[in-house]
Design a binder for this molecule. Structure first.
Ligand SMILES: [Zn+2]
Length: 187
């Protein structure tokens, strides 16, 4: 699809169009007029199509809320009210990449596929997940992914559990990651 500067398309305004020789691609910068969302569209002959939606998630403390929200976002949404749509997608899609990741300052939800129908479906699931997640209505999603108390029987010792909690326990058990984190904190 060729776009022209200043053109309007699906509520997006085309701000800039440039050819990028290193990528053999035409790059377009757009912005969504109503929401202010920015869009970078890179057009080329590669049949491995990639889509990623990203949000600035500047943390206000070290509780890991952006990471917990990243996981919780993929725990069912308005159109796909499954417990783990992500797991279902991994099993039944022709994707060449499918993930979500939280950085110190942003959260990304990328998908990729060489099959056009599969690609559109992956985008549909991810966009519904990030804009209409069930986590907003069901607070157990956040507890499951973040942390909660766990007790099998009254005599047991009370323990902490949680998907992201366990993931981070693994990450923080490595001396290398501890050191890197302290260096980042100091900077
Ligand atoms: Zn994670």
């Amino acid at each position: 699809m060729k776009l022209q500067e200043k053109q309007m398309i699906h509520g997006f305004a085309v701000d800039r169009s440039r050819y990028v020789p290193e990528l053999h691609s035409q790059a377009y910068e757009l912005h969504h007029v109503q929401s202010g969302a920015r869009l970078l569209y890179i057009q080329n002959d590669d049949d491995n199509k990639v889509f990623s939606i990203s949000f600035r998630t500047t943390p206000s403390d070290s509780t890991g809320v952006p990471h917990i929200c990243e996981h919780s976002t993929l725990c069912g949404s308005r159109k796909f009210p499954l417990k783990e749509p992500f797991v279902e997608l991994v099993k039944g899609s022709l994707n060449t990449f499918l993930n979500a990741m939280t950085f110190p300052d942003k959260t990304m939800y990328p998908v990729a596929s060489r099959n056009a129908a599969d690609f559109k479906n992956l985008m549909d699931v991810y966009l519904d997940a990030v804009f209409f997640p069930n986590m907003i209505k069901d607070k157990q999603v956040l507890m499951q992914e973040g942390w909660h108390y766990h007790l099998d029987s009254a005599d047991d010792e009370l323990t902490y559990r949680g998907v992201v909690y366990n993931e981070m326990k693994r990450v923080f058990s490595s001396p290398d990651s501890q050191m890197e984190r302290h260096v980042m904190d100091a900077l």
